[in-house]
Design a protein around this ligand. Sequence first.
Ligand code: ADP
Ligand code: MG
Ligand code: ZN
Length: 503
Amino acid sequence: MSAPIPYAEAVAEFEPVIGMEVHVELGTESKIFCGCPTAFGAPPNTQVCPVCLGLPGSMPVMNAMAIESTIRIGLALNCSIAEWCRMARKNYFYPDMPKDYQVSQYDEPLCVDGYLDVTVPTDDGPMVVRVGIERVHLEEDTGKLTHAGGATGRIHGADYSLVDYNRAGIPLVEIVTKPVTGTGALAPEVARAYVTELRDIMRGLGVSDVKMEEGSLRCDANVSLNLPGAEWGTRSETKNVNSLRSVERAVRSEIERQAGVLKSGGRVVQETRHFHEDTGVTTPGRSKEHAEDYRYFPEPDLVPIAPAREWVEELRRGLPEQPSVHRARLAQAWGIGDFEMATLVNAGVLELVEASVAAGVAPDAARKWWAGEFTRIANESGVEPASLAVTPADIARVEELIASGALNDKLARQVFEGVIAGEGTPDEVVAARGLAVVSDDGALLSAIDEALAAQPDVAEKIRGGKVQAAGAIVGAVMKATRGQADAGKVRELLLERLGVSDS
Ligand code: ADP
Ligand code: MG
Ligand code: ZN
């Protein structure tokens, strides 16, 4: 096996092509072909019936809301909506699929040929990439297998497998992009920005709860590399990408791996691969060198779908504000430019900033905490910023304490560190850790006197009019008070003490 090549080298030599397949579970109340509920987390096999268990003789009936949601997704992605199409049977055997075929769509998808513009920040300002949408189609989800007894939770090495059909028959929309070229070194960021934007659109449409961690939004990332000017290379298809951050990491690691294979004279194999959150690398899955024959044919148990044009236009008129328009409005209200906005979106913190502002935090402060400190903490612990245990109300409270002079910036960081570590509310952390700005003049003055006594030469300089030298004493006092003093105040008291005026 050849070793991966460092990212910068890989993208200097090869051009990546990416393509995303995203599956979204619709949030309809009932399943696609029966009345079973779709709620997540119920005990296994309690939300099933003869239809979604594929029992002989049971007949499916199409869920109208599933069609409506699929069309609305297609419209939001600038697709053409089919005037007439059918569901198709995709035949294969797998234990998570009780009928031995999946009802999906094949050559007659409901929505085709759209696009989605995504923005990524670059050193030269925001870059807009138009991602072509090949198709948006509707299908049924499969059941869920749990492989028990092995170390990895995967089928290899497992003693036995359990199957839960609660998920079987949940309506699933698949959104497939056209190959995206010309993104160069930014390919991983573009992939992430695309999935982020798509998620926000789904959320805005209210068609799905789009929780990657619960699998209601699942993403497969296709990647290939080619030499400049050459034909596209062979793609791999990485599965198991369960967070926005992983989308970016998976594409990046595939680029490094494939570059290593190609550089050593090897051949990239067309296969699915699995992304491992812990190691950040992909491992091989199932080979796709030989196309399977699914013996697709039009589903005979369902009538064709022929959405009336008036209805489609009505759905188009009812679309919500596009996330990009919404963002433009926020950017204006917060007084920030495209670049700052793209940074927030890409860090996955826009909604968090929005929620914080709604809780009363000033926009600048909300941006500073989320795009700075919290993103850093999240990256360090390998989680999404949204999953940090800090709420908009916490930020509002800390900002209040800063404004009143009870905390300074440095102490505020420590408060958040405590809040995120689960030590309680900001007030509880302040009390438990004893974090408060020392504002008592007496305490500050004695610290100042000590610092002056320790550095008599500096004291002499200041007395002689060298006001710049005050910094050394202020620094010593801040250190002595473990950052709990207001530096401006210390300086003021110090100069007063020495009878020097600030110039
Ligand atoms: P499959 O069912 O085999 O996964 P799909 O047509 O559903 O095939 O999806 C293939 C995805 O791979 C699409 O998003 C497509 O744009 C993308 N793709 C196709 N060719 C390449 C390539 N050479 N490099 C990267 N991505 C590609
Ligand atoms: Mg696929
Ligand atoms: Zn059912």
